[in-house]
Design a protein around this ligand. Structure first.
Ligand SMILES: Cc1cc2nc3c(=O)[nH]c(=O)nc-3n(C[C@H](O)[C@H](O)[C@H](O)COP(=O)(O)OP(=O)(O)OC[C@H]3O[C@@H](n4cnc5c(N)ncnc54)[C@H](O)[C@@H]3O)c2cc1C
Length: 290
């Protein structure tokens, strides 16, 4: 299938892009990697009148290693994150989740920030951003704002970017000392969308007891679901298997997954429990530095 006719705009600077988006209003649609937008257009599920191609805005490229975060520009492709050795060292959760996104060809074009804006409930990057307490920088002709991950995702394929706003970057905080992270997911085939994915973030005290633990789930709600497991786990030795099982049960009981073509709600809830237990234990072991 082919998309419906549209006008194509290729701004050469961020300034020009923001003015163009402002002028086009509701008729303007940003195109980054096109890996989600173009299939939707080809299937005529969306028919934007104007495409604003941001691929020539050099201001939006690059990964910046800031003191406490990895800042990812809007033109950074998933594959760039995957190849970045400093990302693997400083932000292992991000590095561990990226290879689960689709296939190499899609990761070489699709952008990480585009994935956040697209806000697919099964996508890896939104859950990772929420798990790490990250944020998204939005710019428009009227100014800019930074939105915390917990406020960014509004529903399935819905984020808080308003008409005329461009997401220019996302910040993925670097986990604090004695913190371990883990991403685990189950998909129907390698590179397929997650039926369920879990990001665990665990901080230990100096005696290897849990100080803070969270599980963030993808694929079990319209947006990523963050469950704080600290109350159940606090003071527990990092390798207390029974407590991790209890925490995962507690996390699972906070979820309300739905049935769909790919899995029943019951199977998703089962996966959420099993993956949270394993991811929590793995993150805790990693937090010991072992
Ligand atoms: C076969 C297939 C399998 C896939 N599997 C997975 C998967 O397993 N996990 C996963 O996470 N993703 C998956 N994807 C999606 C992929 O990760 C996309 O790259 C990503 O969702 C969107 O990034 P993009 O740069 O291609 O955005 P685009 O397709 O260009 O845009 C997507 C949407 O976001 C908006 N947008 C993009 N960038 C910006 C911006 N900077 N500011 C404002 N609005 C913006 C666009 O207007 C559009 O509405 C898959 C895609 C395909 C085709």
């Amino acid at each position: 299938m082919k998309p419906a006719p549209f006008d194509y705009h290729r701004p050469r600077s961020l300034e020009e892009a923001l003015v163009t988006l402002d002028r086009l209003g509701t008729t303007g649609t940003v195109m980054a990697g096109g890996q989600s937008l173009v299939p939707l257009m080809n299937r005529r599920e969306v028919s934007p009148a104007n495409i604003v191609d941001i691929n020539f805005l050099v201001e939006l490229s690059g990964i910046t290693h800031e003191d406490r975060a990895v800042r990812v520009g809007a033109l950074v492709r998933h594959a760039e994150l995957e190849r970045d050795a400093a990302v693997r060292r400083r932000n292992p959760l991000l590095a561990e989740a990226v290879p689960h996104i689709a296939h190499a060809a899609i990761r070489s074009r699709g952008t990480t920030v585009g994935s956040l804006v697209h806000a697919d409930p099964t996508a890896e990057m939104p859950a990772v951003l929420v798990a790490l307490g990250g944020s998204v920088e939005l710019r428009s002709a009227a100014g800019g704002r930074t939105v915390p991950a917990t406020e960014f995702f509004l529903g399935a394929n819905r984020c808080c970017a308003a008409v005329g706003e461009l997401a220019v970057a996302a910040s993925f905080p670097v986990p604090p000392p004695r913190t371990g992270t883990a991403w685990l997911e189950v998909a129907r085939q390698r590179g397929g969308r997650a039926v369920c994915g879990v990001a665990a973030v665990v901080t230990l005290d100096t005696g290897r007891r849990v100080e803070r633990a969270t599980a963030t789930y993808a694929g079990v709600g319209a947006t990523p679901v963050l469950v704080d497991l600290t109350e159940v786990m606090t003071g527990t030795r990092f390798d207390d298997l029974a407590r991790w099982r209890a925490a995962a049960d507690e996390g699972g009981s906070a979820l309300a997954p739905a049935d769909d073509l790919h899995a029943s709600a019951g199977y998703r809830r089962h996966l959420a429990r099993v993956l949270a237990e394993r991811a929590g234990r793995l993150a805790a072991i990693r937090a010991t530095g072992a």
